[in-house]
Design a protein around this ligand. Structure first.
Ligand code: ADP
Ligand code: MG
Length: 565
């Protein structure tokens, strides 16, 4: 006798339910997606007991006639695709025909529906997926799906639920994620008879404010990018408003909310060096990809997708984020001083009687003459002086700017080093080779970085034992005792890697130890050179450690301080 048999459909539904219906929020997600697919303009979500008591989703969409209403609860019953080829280009949220039967299998479900033109509606009731009862019913046009006693027959699932507060938070998050991608649809959420969220139909920018709050939404830079077959739109938070903790990512492909390590990584790379350590971005990323270029059928809850060309997607996202953060001529993403921070600094400077520019005998490595071409990212800055031998003071068209001389110089050197390397490297040959003794550990690190060091313009030659001859150093680095430079750079490279490639890491280590330091007095000419060099960088606003190179006080802030308005 055969041991293998085809499972009873009810058992199959229960198994499918295990995948599709993880928790109350999964039900909310599937029901809202159905409402959106049905062309709803208004969706109401009513919840009792964090979804364990009741989940009711009502819409004003196209409804179903009596036959369809019964079919909808059958497995693999869908109106959204017909042939296998349709799976290649899915334009709706649903396509698996699994959600309603799966939910019905683990709850008491009532579906009430009426197409807008129809005389009467239909009600279909099911309990644990068994015995559908259909009857005529009076109801408004649209569809109402009520799910009661979720997981009534799967106590194991119930046990895995988190606290009621957490489950309800997940429901709200689910609504928000879908609402962000459908701004023209209005959403309401009621919990225990109280309205907890209401998003009126709006334009995308306004919907962003409804969901993230006006304050945070105002701190987001709009992003836009395009490559063959891919368009990226959305918003990403300006670095100074990034938050500690995990990134808040709202990722969409063709309006479908997804999770994607690829996209997360691309966003992260877009922020490279712009984000202070320990802070995470907030980003809303909408990808529009030709439906044939993306496979949405790889995850039972449709939460993940696969792209046919990951490389292109990664590139376009990373660039879009970067460009949004570095919009030309804008200083708005530079952190503005919290009130009261500046007066302290000024008071200290005055008390110390620091001259506005340095006296003779400057210890700073000489800075290049002001020949650099600006990239237009930085507004014109007029240097005013140096305070505390650490910060430069400058006038911007709309306020006062304080620049951290070390961070700014780091940024300049770093970009120069990498720029020179990209152009094939330029070195300055030392008049006489300088021997440097290295420890075994330093030697080990150096071996790893030898190819990168050549590309940057170092000429390092093993000279027997632990000694190395330095014949040339990168042209971007001015007069530097090469042994100290090398020891310091190698020490920095011994620290745990931070994800950059060898060339970037060596450039960072080198730039960090060559840049002018806090405490170095600068002449007025050096300040002028530093500012014009900074204006020539691609990212003038942060050093590569993610620290800001500058903060500013806007004219309105100054006016507030002095009670001018
Ligand atoms: P899928 O969405 O994958 O097609 P579902 O089980 O979620 O599968 O739904 C089955 C079918 O029921 C849908 O294809 C659709 O025709 C119909 N349906 C479900 N919800 C609604 C709704 N709110 N309004 C109109 N039709 C609906
Ligand atoms: Mg569906």
């Amino acid at each position: 006798m055969s041991r293998i048999r085809i499972l009873d459909p009810r058992v199959a539904d229960r198994i499918a339910a295990g995948e599709v219906v993880e928790r109350p929020a999964s039900v909310v997600k599937e029901l809202i997606e159905n409402s959106l697919d049905a062309g709803a303009r208004a969706i109401t979500v009513e919840i009792e007991a964090s979804g364990s008591g009741l989940i009711r989703v009502s819409d004003d969409g196209m409804g179903m006639d009596p036959d369809d209403a019964v079919l909808a609860l059958r497995r693999f019953a869908t109106s959204k695709i017909g042939a296998a080829e349709d799976l290649e280009r899915i334009a709706t949220y649903g396509f698996r025909g699994e959600a309603l039967p799966s939910i019905a299998a683990v709850s008491r479900l009532t579906l009430t529906t009426r197409p807008p033109g129809a005389e009467a509606g239909t009600r279909v009731e099911s309990e644990g997926g068994a015995s559908l009862r259909a009857s005529a019913a009076g109801t408004a046009p649209g569809t109402v799906v009520a799910v009661e006693s979720l997981f009534l027959n799967t106590p194991a699932r119930r046990k895995f639920l988190k606290s009621p507060a957490r489950e309800f938070a997940l429901i709200v998050e689910t609504v928000q994620r879908l609402a962000l991608a459908a701004p023209a649809v209005s959403f309401r959420v009621r919990h225990a008879q109280r309205e907890t969220a209401a998003y009126a139909a709006a334009d995308p920018q306004e919907r962003l404010a409804q969901i993230l709050g006006r304050d945070l939404a105002g701190a987001m830079a709009p992003l836009r990018g395009e490559a063959r077959g891919v368009t990226v739109t959305g918003w990403t938070v300006r670095p100074e408003r990034a938050r500690p903790g995990r990134p808040a990512e709202y990722l969409y492909v063709n309006r479908r909310p997804i999770q994607s390590r690829l996209l997360s990584r691309a966003v992260h790379q877009g922020y490279a060096e712009l984000l202070p350590v320990g802070l995470a971005p907030v980003v809303v990323l909408m990808l529009d990809v030709d439906a044939a270029e993306v496979d949405v059928n790889i995850h039972p809850r449709k939460q993940e997708v696969r792209f046919s060309d990951e490389h292109r997607i990664f590139g376009v996202v990373q660039r879009a984020v970067r460009e949004a953060l570095l919009a030309p001529g804008s200083i708005r993403h530079v952190p503005e001083l919290p009130t009261a921070a500046l007066p302290d600094a000024l008071v200290a400077a005055v008390a110390e009687q620091t001259p506005p520019y340095a006296a003779a005998g400057s210890v700073a490595p000489s800075l290049a003459p002001a020949a650099a071409q600006g990239t237009g990212r930085l507004p014109t800055l007029r240097p005013l002086g140096q305070i505390l031998r650490t910060y430069l003071l400058a006038e911007a068209p709309d306020g006062l700017v304080l620049i951290d001389q070390h961070a700014a110089h780091e940024r300049i050197l770093y970009e120069r080093l990498l720029g020179d390397a990209a152009r094939g490297g330029t070195s300055q040959t030392l008049t006489a080779p300088v021997p440097v003794d290295l420890s075994a550990e330093e030697r080990g690190v150096l071996d790893e970085f030898l190819p990168a060091s050549e590309r940057l313009g170092f000429a390092l030659q093993p000279f027997g034992g632990s000694t190395l001859l330095v014949r040339a150093i990168p042209a971007a680095l001015r007069a530097q005792p090469p042994d100290r430079l090398l020891h310091r750079a190698l020490a920095a490279l011994l620290e745990p890697r931070n994800g950059n490639d060898a060339l970037a890491r060596l450039a960072i280590a080198t730039a960090c130890h060559t840049a002018v330091r806090a405490g170095d007095a600068l002449t007025f000419e050096e300040m002028t050179a530093l500012l014009s060099d900074l204006a020539a960088t691609e990212d003038p606003f942060t050093c590569f450690h993610g620290r800001p190179t500058m903060v500013w006080v806007s004219r309105p802030t100054l006016e507030r301080w002095f009670l001018r308005r």
